[in-house]
Write a protein that binds this ligand. Structure first.
Ligand code: ARG
Length: 426
């Protein structure tokens, strides 16, 4: 082999696709391949296994990066603070991981003097877009290669290719699903899940027990947040990784965090997706509860729009866009007051908020109370307020008549039940 071969940095999971890709990029495309395996706290293989497999498939070097803490600090917690869920449900685990992996690929490409980065995504998903666009934003001079998208091989062809070239084929039983997992959740697709009418089989779930078999009594826990970031469970201060791991375990034991929905992919396909995201569901529920106490009605309303937009951008692979950054400037500025505690009951698949408190709470007992003695609310002022608040409707009714969907006729005759005097038993 000549020393002048160009270098390519490949995102490497140790699975069949990316193992074949190492060989294919080396022999069909003429690269020296450097692999990069990023641990985001999913179901990743041991470092040594990844490195051995990469080298045996033909890589000239194999990097393994523990990016769990970076992932939470720079990607997950900002998304949690923003309150983002794609299409109202998906906490974006996979979508949040891709821009970080892309960033690390670029860093390694710089270190290794590579002009190309590569990933193992297919041509039907969102992940290819996320990688390609993130790399384009971070390093426009780098080329992105997507061998699995380019080659014309199905799984049996890949196995045959691997056997032909003595690439070790993972011996573990092949999962019937396509899975991506990190600390923020586990994404499960394909196989029998492709029928949206069919209930996901038990084996689709690995992190959560069936809610029906979870302990009936459930469990109460208290979460502490500092300016929008979760920092402690039941009074015990934990680093972000330990805290999220704890929430995943705890939620998993109680069957919390199963999400089954039909999602709109960026590439125009509706897809049935199953997620397990116990920590994301627990922390998002708690964070929302704390915000309901500490943020004004207007901020909450506007922030919901920002969250929706954020979710769309992140889902669509536009993490490194100016708009996503600008939205963060807004969301971050709302979090100064989001400090306090939330008490939750988790059990049988549900998360229930049962208490919340904050030193910056906007909840004022003296205003909320119905107890006359402590009441500080100006009842008389309500009348003047309502008179002006209702003024536009009174004007409208006077000029344009009543706008009433059920028509101008009295509704009472249609709804009335009446007894004549003789039917009443004294
Ligand atoms: N539909 C999700 C998303 O686009 C999950 C993708 C999971 N990827 C996978 N290889 N199974 O974010």
């Amino acid at each position: 082999m000549s020393a002048a071969r160009p270098r390519c940095v490949l995102a490497y999971s140790g699975g069949l696709d990316t193992s074949v890709a190492v060989h294919w990029l080396t022999h069909e495309q003429g690269y020296d391949v450097v692999t990069c395996s990023v641990d985001l706290g999913g179901e990743t293989k041991a470092d040594r296994v990844l490195q051995e497999r990469a080298v045996r498939a033909g890589a000239i070097a194999a990097h393994v990066v523990d990016a769990k803490a970076l992932f939470l600090q720079h990607f997950v917690f900002p998304s949690l603070a923003t309150g983002a869920r794609y299409q109202g449900v998906y906490p974006l685990a996979t979508a949040l991981g891709r821009p970080l992996i892309a960033r690390l690929l670029v860093d390694i490409a710089r270190e290794e003097g590579a002009g190309v980065v590569a990933h193992g995504c297919t041509g039907k998903g969102n992940d290819q877009v996320r990688f390609d666009v993130a790399v384009a934003a971070l390093a426009p001079d780098l080329r992105v290669a997507a061998p699995v998208r380019d080659w014309d091989m199905g799984r049996p062809d890949e196995i045959a290719y691997a056997q032909r070239h003595q690439i070790p084929v993972p011996v573990t039983r092949e999962s019937p699903y396509s899975v991506d997992a990190n600390l923020w959740g586990r994404s499960v697709e394909t196989g029998v899940l492709e029928d949206p009418w069919q209930e996901p089989p038990a084996d689709a779930y690995q992190w959560t027990v069936d809610p029906a078999t979870a302990p009936a009594e459930g469990q109460v826990l208290e979460l502490h947040f500092e300016t929008g970031v979760p920092t402690a469970i039941d009074g015990e201060v934990l680093d972000p990784v330990a805290l999220v791991v704890r929430c995943n375990e705890l939620g998993g034991r109680h069957g919390v965090g199963r999400i089954d929905h039909v999602e709109d992919r960026l590439v125009g396909i509706k897809s049935r997706e199953v997620y397990e995201a116990p920590a994301a569901v627990i922390l998002d529920t708690a964070h929302r509860a704390l915000e309901s106490l500490t943020l004004s009605r207007d901020v909450l309303r506007f922030k919901a729009q920002v969250a929706d937009e954020w979710a769309r951008l992140v889902y669509d692979g536009l993490w490194y866009s100016a708009l996503r950054q600008n939205l963060w400037a807004f969301a971050a500025s709302t979090q100064a007051a989001v400090t306090g505690d939330v008490r939750l009951r988790v059990g049988r698949g549900a998360v229930q908020v049962i208490g919340r408190k904050s030193p910056t709470s906007l909840y004022q007992a003296g205003l909320a109370t119905y107890d006359r003695a402590d009441d500080r609310f100006a009842h008389q002022a309500a009348e003047g307020f309502i008179s002006l608040f209702g003024l536009p409707l009174r004007t409208q009714a006077a000029v344009q008549g009543t706008l009433e969907a059920a028509g101008p006729q009295p509704l009472l005759p249609q709804a009335r039940r009446r007894l004549s005097a003789g039917e009443v038993t004294p």
